[in-house]
Ligand binder design. Structure first.
Ligand SMILES: [Zn+2]
Ligand SMILES: [Zn+2]
Length: 174
């Protein structure tokens, strides 16, 4: 084999390798800049991150991947929103009228003070608010309510607090 051709071949190969490494280096710097921009607002830290990758190249990328903030600003924002929503849902959960502790919408009795919170429909078994005289799910009047022509509006209107509670044969909370 002609030594000149071999030399040229090695030279060409080296040139390609160098060109590839330069393109990779530039790409990594651009990627790091974009990545750190989505994670940090501090311009000094952004420059530092790009510098680490620019100076150390592949080891720099590894270091950057280890120490970069785990969440992007967008993810951080979503996370904050979720936390706020969670906090709000806790704050909005109703309080037991008997003991004041937080209760769930689906509970029929307070587990702490045994106050009756809801009554089950005797027809379909779904939970109704205590003042309701008609089941809003199946339309069955509550036991003791013999008004046949009661309207949905009348049934769903909450009773004034001082009014007598609806007589319930099976209820036994003294
Ligand atoms: Zn309670
Ligand atoms: Zn029902």
């Amino acid at each position: 084999m002609d030594p000149l051709t071999t030399n040229n071949f090695i030279l060409g190969l080296t040139a390609w390798a160098i060109a590839f490494l330069v393109v990779l280096w530039i790409s990594l710097i651009i990627w790091t800049y974009r990545d750190i921009r989505s994670r940090l607002r501090d311009p000094l830290m952004r420059i530092l991150a790009v510098l680490v990758v620019a100076l150390l190249f592949l080891p720099g990328i590894v270091i950057y991947m280890i120490i970069r903030p785990p969440r992007t600003l967008e993810e951080e924002y979503q996370h904050t929103l979720e936390e706020e929503a969670l906090l709000q849902s806790i704050e909005e959960s109703p309080l037991c009228p008997g003991c004041g502790r937080r209760i769930r919408e689906t509970w029929s009795v307070c587990p702490n003070c045994y106050t009756k919170l809801k009554k089950p429909c005797h027809q379909c078994g779904k939970l109704m608010e205590l003042p309701w005289n008609l089941c809003p799910f199946c339309g069955t009047p509550a036991p003791g309510m013999r008004k046949e022509n009661i309207t949905m509006d009348d049934a769903l209107r909450p009773l004034p607090a001082e009014e007598e509670p609806i007589p319930e044969p099976e209820a036994d909370n003294t």
